[in-house]
Design a binder for this molecule. Structure first.
Ligand SMILES: NC(=O)c1ccc[n+]([C@@H]2O[C@H](COP(=O)([O-])OP(=O)(O)OC[C@H]3O[C@@H](n4cnc5c(N)ncnc54)[C@H](OP(=O)(O)O)[C@@H]3O)[C@@H](O)[C@H]2O)c1
Length: 270
C-alpha cells in the first residue's frame, strides 16, 4: 500500500513538473519568464537529488509553483512604458472608461472627444494624470483629424503611436429600416465607417513606425443582421470588411488589426 501511495506521489510530482515547465516554456517563447524556468529546473533537480520523501517533494514543488505563478504574473501583463495610444469618442462610454484605465496603467493616452467642453471631456481632464491629453477630435472633420495627427506626431517622436482605438460611434435610435430617415443612414456611415477609415489612413504612418495596432470597435450587429439595427449594422459590417482587408495588407508591416464586436452593454454614461 505504501509503495502505491509513494508511486502515485512520484507520478504527481513528475506531472507537476511537466505542467509547470510546459507553461513556462510557452511564456519563454514569448520572451518572458526565462529566469523562472531556470529556477524551476534547478529546484526540480535539487529536489530529485536531495529529497527522498515524495510527500515533501510534491509539497515543496507546489509551494514553488505557487510562488512563481504569483510573483511572475506581472510579466504576463504587457509593459505600458513609452506606449502611446489614441482613442476616439472618449466623451462617454467605452472610450471614456478605456482612456481612464490606460492612463492609470501608465500609458500615454490621447483621448479624442467630440466636444472638448462636454461633461465627459471635462471629467476626463479633471480626473486624469498629466499623461492623458484630451483632444478635440470629431472623426468626420478632416481638419480636426489633421490637427490631432500633427499634435500627436510632435509628442510621440520616433516611437510613433502604439495603438489607435477606433471607438467613436453612433447608434441613434432603434427602429425599422423602412422608416429610418436617410439622414440617419448617412450619419451611421459617416461616423461608424468613413470616420474610422479616415482616422486609420491618417494615423497609419505613426502606427507603422511603432509596428503598432489598430483596434476597431464594431458590433455584434455588424456580423448578425438584427431587426431595428439596419443602418447601424450595415455601417458596422462595413467596418468589419474594411478591417479584415487591411489586416492582411498591414501584416507585412508588423501592424496588427483587431476588431472587437461587443454585444449589448450598458456603458457608464448611457
Ligand atoms: N454599448 C454597447 O452595447 C455597444 C455594443 C456594440 C458596439 N458598441 C460600440 O462601441 C463604441 C462605444 O460605444 P458606447 O456604448 O461607449 O457608446 P457612447 O457612450 O455613445 O460612446 C460613443 C462616443 O463616440 C462619440 N462620437 C459620436 N460621434 C462622434 C464623432 N463624429 N467623432 C468623435 N466622437 C464621436 C460620442 O459622443 P456623443 O455622446 O457626444 O455623441 C460618444 O462619446 C461605439 O462604436 C459603439 O457602436 C457599443
Amino acid at each position: 500500500m505504501e509503495g502505491i501511495v509513494e508511486g502515485c506521489l512520484g507520478f504527481l510530482y513528475g506531472l507537476l513538473m511537466v505542467i509547470c515547465v510546459g507553461l513556462l516554456l510557452l511564456r519563454v517563447a514569448e520572451g518572458r519568464s526565462v529566469r523562472w524556468l531556470a529556477l524551476l529546473v534547478v529546484s526540480g533537480v535539487m529536489l530529485s537529488c536531495w529529497v527522498h520523501s515524495s510527500v515533501l517533494k510534491v509539497g515543496l514543488m507546489s509551494v514553488l509553483c505557487s510562488v512563481i505563478h504569483y510573483v511572475g504574473r506581472e510579466e504576463v501583463m504587457l509593459s505600458t512604458l513609452d506606449k502611446a495610444v489614441l482613442i476616439t469618442g472618449c466623451d462617454s462610454g467605452f472610450g471614456h472608461d478605456l482612456a481612464r484605465f490606460l492612463d492609470s496603467a501608465g500609458m500615454r493616452v490621447f483621448a479624442g472627444v467630440l466636444n472638448e467642453l462636454s461633461p465627459g471631456a471635462l471629467k476626463l481632464k479633471k480626473a486624469a494624470s498629466p499623461n492623458l491629453t484630451v483632444l478635440q477630435l470629431d472623426i468626420t472633420n478632416s481638419s480636426q483629424i489633421t490637427q490631432a495627427y500633427q499634435y500627436i506626431k510632435s509628442q510621440t517622436g520616433k516611437a510613433g503611436l502604439w495603438a489607435l482605438v477606433n471607438n467613436a460611434g453612433v447608434l441613434g435610435y432603434v427602429c425599422d429600416g423602412e422608416i429610418q430617415p436617410i439622414k440617419m443612414y448617412k450619419r451611421h456611415v459617416d461616423v461608424n465607417f468613413i470616420g474610422s477609415v479616415e482616422i486609420t489612413q491618417v494615423f497609419l504612418p505613426l502606427i507603422r513606425q511603432s509596428k503598432g495596432r489598430i483596434i476597431s470597435i464594431s458590433s455584434l450587429a455588424g456580423e448578425v443582421p438584427l431587426p431595428g439595427f439596419a443602418g447601424y449594422g450595415a455601417s458596422k459590417a462595413a467596418m468589419i470588411a474594411y478591417n479584415g482587408a487591411i489586416r492582411q495588407e498591414l501584416y507585412r508591416w508588423g501592424v496588427r488589426v483587431i476588431i472587437i464586436q461587443p454585444g449589448a452593454f450598458k456603458t457608464s454614461e448611457n
